[in-house]
Design a protein around this ligand. Structure first.
Ligand code: NAP
Ligand code: ZN
Length: 346
């Protein structure tokens, strides 16, 4: 066992406190990671505020973990002390079901073990990355390429894979018109991946304030959704709309921008149900879909792709005592484009 400093909340919406927890003693297939940086995902806010229900408290959020291996179990083969590594949204799965075997552990039939806010297979709560150390099975650890700095790499572990995976699954590429809704942590990476994959990329943001940045990151077009004319102008345009927004949208209005056979893929996860008219689907044979992060193999592929294509999260590094202020700024869409906690300040 090893004692480690963490930032935790005792109950939904409670303030963050500096406390300590015990990480488990290394099992033969575990690695101990000294966490250097931890990104703040909007899912951390939904979870710490109890918006998705069923939160396990006290909670230590954080599933965008970048750090360095400081010890390895006796049977670890993939990693050695000093390796630069990452951990994303989950830390264990059964390893034997159809989905685990095909490398989509997030859909594990036994239930994937999330990095935090989960009970592991022994019934112990998991605690996430707002922490100085974490113990993780080596099979759920990925390697951070040398070309990526650890602070900038951390958001890739959730925001990166969550956008890279559906863009590939729904064939964003040459000849495809792709819209990204919301230029936040996920959205600003989605723009870069869709562009690198060869698609024609449109950003749909609430205001024009992020236009220059979006164009610099690879967007071909940019529209403000606060302007009602946007929806009429873009009717029947897109093959794919990737919705990264944390709140409910007027789904019919977004569906109206899809071509025949186009798909609206939701990764944004508002706590309340969406509503839409089924005729918005029927008349143009459109689809609505969702996507959950991505498997370990694809997460490594995403990191290597990011290094190769120079896809780098735009981050603002903060101290451990600034997390609450950062949450409030994320809720105001006042983040350019991901907060990352420097864990040395804990
Ligand atoms: P974020 O940084 O807050 O970005 C969300 C963006 O959505 C904002 O920057 C804003 O962009 C736009 N937005 C916010 N409120 C809006 C509203 N009321 N109407 C229209 N647009 C609004 O959050 P994030 O970390 O990227 O996460 C986004 C969502 O994805 C969250 O719900 C999170 O839980 C979810 N998520 C899902 C998965 C998954 O596996 N499916 C993984 C990670 C995160 P503009 O300023 O450009 O309008
Ligand atoms: Zn996340």
């Amino acid at each position: 066992m090893c004692k480690t400093h963490v930032l935790s909340v005792q109950s939904a919406k409670a303030p963050f406190e500096k406390t300590t927890i015990e990480r488990r003693a290394l099992r033969p297939d575990d690695v101990l990671i000294d966490i250097r940086f931890s990104g703040i995902c909007h899912s951390d806010i939904h979870s710490a505020y109890g918006e998705w229900g069923g939160g396990i408290f006290p909670m230590v959020p954080g599933h965008e973990i970048a750090g360095v291996v400081t010890a390895v179990g006796s049977e670890v083969t993939k990693y050695a002390i000093g390796d630069r590594v990452g951990v994303g949204c989950f830390v264990d799965s059964c390893g034997a079901c159809e989905y685990c075997l095909r490398g989509e552990e997030q859909f594990c039939e036994k239930g994937v073990i999330q990095t935090y806010n989960s009970l592991d297979y022994d019934g112990n709560p998991t605690y996430g990355g707002y922490s100085q150390q974490i113990v993780v099975k080596e099979a759920f650890v990925v390697r951070i390429p040398d070309a990526l700095a650890l602070d900038a790499a951390s958001p890739l572990l959730c925001a990166g894979i969550t956008t890279y995976s559906p863009l590939n699954k729904w064939n964003a590429g040459p000849g495809k018109k792709v819209a990204i809704v919301g230029m936040g942590g996920l959205g600003h990476l989605a723009v870069q991946y869709a562009h690198a994959l060869g698609a024609e990329v449109t950003v749909l943001s609430q205001s024009l304030s992020k236009k220059d940045e979006a164009l610099r990151l690879g967007a071909d077009h940019y529209y403000a959704t606060s302007d009602p004319a946007t929806f009429a102008e873009l009717a029947n345009q897109f093959d794919l709309i990737l919705n990264t927004v944390s709140a409910n949208l007027d789904v019919d209005a977004y569906l109206s921008m899809l071509r025949v056979d186009g798909t609206l893929v939701n990764v944004g996860a508002p706590s309340q149900p969406d509503q839409y008219h089924v005729f918005s689907l029927i008349m143009q044979r459109r689809s609505i879909a969702g996507s959950l992060v991505g498997g370990i193999r694809e997460t490594q592929e995403m990191l290597d792709f990011s290094a190769e294509h120079g896809i780098i999260p735009q981050i603002e590094v903060i101290r451990a005592d600034q997390v609450e202020e950062a949450y409030e700024r994320v809720l105001r869409s006042d983040v350019r484009y991901r907060f990352v906690i420097d864990m040395a300040t804990l």
